[in-house]
Design a protein around this ligand. Structure first.
Ligand code: H79
Length: 391
């Protein structure tokens, strides 16, 4: 579960509102001083994640607006020192995640529309009425100091999810210094960079924003897939941060379809919610999360701990595998007979996951043909489990 939550949530217009409406720094600083999400309840958020079958949460510790959603000594511009809330939601979440067995990752924006030392400016943040000078090295020291806090004060974290480097693609980000710092402080924390490029040294996963690995419908993703673990991030409507007029929620059916297709590409799905400024989660999002969780109680065996399967993704669906079990996910196929290339060996058993009903099949050197149950339009996925020998 991805969570975009911050000062911007108050305007209900997404996390880019400072840039899109050209809000100057002093005005945005006032907005930050009014942020008071008193209904924030880490137990409720993590319990919802749990009921959705979520295994890790990635939350915005600091987005492009430069406001720190955690206790930091590196700047007073943070939720504890700058707002009436005076609480550290990241600490509350970290403790609750530990209690409920969920890993917590921190989203951290390298781009900053607020910091005076983010200089020279990049492609964005040009309308914020900041001074026309700054010390880039001091900015990087600030960034590294904050990462040190995030990796020291919150127990073991899943990792750091970086974003915004694309704002200044040619700047010297001194990545090797930052990456070495992270790996020294928490060797098992993953570095997940959303820089839209092929993986660089020191990175631990490759993430694709609003796209399955290798696809580029978003227009800024790389089609180059490296050898690292993969992830796809996805909005539930068309916004990351809370957007009060965005009604375009994807159906649970379609969200499950993307979860399954991501698994078939060997990728985790990082599904976003944008909580409201009072700290509550939109009912439309909560409902979809619970429905996905319900689906996973039966079909999670074909998703969790799997890898991309032996048959590459198709228009009709995908395959996943764990050991000698291959799962055929039939997402879009009207017929009962479905042929595919041999799934890496001889099939000895085939059954419907969930009901356990036997699935008839034939196979030869070229193909495996399954006789599927009748497609029910309401079911997002027909999952056939196969035992494949000789893999
Ligand atoms: O946090 C969410 C978004 O706010 C953030 N990433 C997700 C997870 C994000 N910011 N921008 N984008 C995603 C889209 C990137 C657009 C870009 Fe460009 C196109 C970057 C470079 C080319 C627009 C045009 C921004 C700079 C130039």
């Amino acid at each position: 579960m991805f969570i975009h939550w911050g000062v911007y949530s108050q305007l209900g217009a997404g996390e880019w509102v400072m840039e899109q409406r050209g809000i100057p720094v002093p005005t945005y600083e006032w907005l930050a001083s009014a942020f008071n999400p008193v209904k924030f309840d880490a137990h409720e958020w993590v319990s919802l994640a749990k009921s959705a079958g979520v295994r890790y949460i990635t939350i915005t510790a600091r987005h492009h607006d430069g406001f720190s959603m955690f206790a930091t000594k590196a700047t007073p511009y943070n939720i504890v020192d700058w707002t009436p809330l005076k609480r550290d939601p990241l600490k509350e979440l970290a403790d609750e995640c530990t209690r409920q067995g969920i890993k917590l990752f921190f989203y951290y924006s390298q781009l900053d529309w607020h910091h005076p030392d983010y200089w020279p400016r990049g492609r964005t943040g040009l309308k914020t009425a900041r001074g026309e000078s700054g010390d880039w090295n001091r900015y990087l020291d600030f960034l590294n100091a904050q990462l040190t806090e995030l990796l020291t004060n919150y127990g073991p974290v899943g990792g750091i999810w970086f974003d915004g480097m694309w704002d200044k693609p040619n700047a010297d980000w001194q990545l090797s210094r930052t990456y070495a710092l992270i790996h020294r402080l928490q060797p098992s924390a993953l570095i997940v960079p959303n820089h839209h490029k092929a993986p660089l040294p020191g990175e631990d996963a490759q993430t694709f924003e609003q796209d399955l690995p290798g696809a580029n419908t978003a227009g800024f993703n790389t089609s180059e897939i490296g050898s690292l673990p993969l992830e796809t991030s996805l909005t539930m409507n068309n916004s990351w941060g809370f957007n009060i007029t965005d009604r375009s929620f994807k159906s649970t059916h379609d969200l499950i379809g993307t979860l399954v297709r991501a698994a078939g590409h060997g990728a985790n799905l990082l599904l976003n919610i944008g909580p409201r400024p009072d700290g509550t989660i939109q009912p439309e999002a909560a409902e979809r999360l619970r429905e996905i969780g319900l689906w996973l109680t039966t079909y999670g065996a074909s998703i969790y701990g799997t890898r991309a399967g032996p048959v590459a993704p198709r228009d009709w669906g995908v395959t996943t595998r764990r050991g000698d079990t291959v799962f055929v996910h039939v997402l879009k196929w009207p017929d009962r007979l479905l042929s595919m290339p041999v799934p890496g060996g001889r099939v000895t058993h085939a059954w419907i996951l969930g009901s356990g009903e036997h699935v008839a099949f034939t196979q030869n050197a070229d193909a495996l043909t399954l006789t599927l149950p009748v497609a029910e339009p309401s079911a997002p996925d027909r999952v056939v489990a196969l035992i494949v020998s000789g893999r």
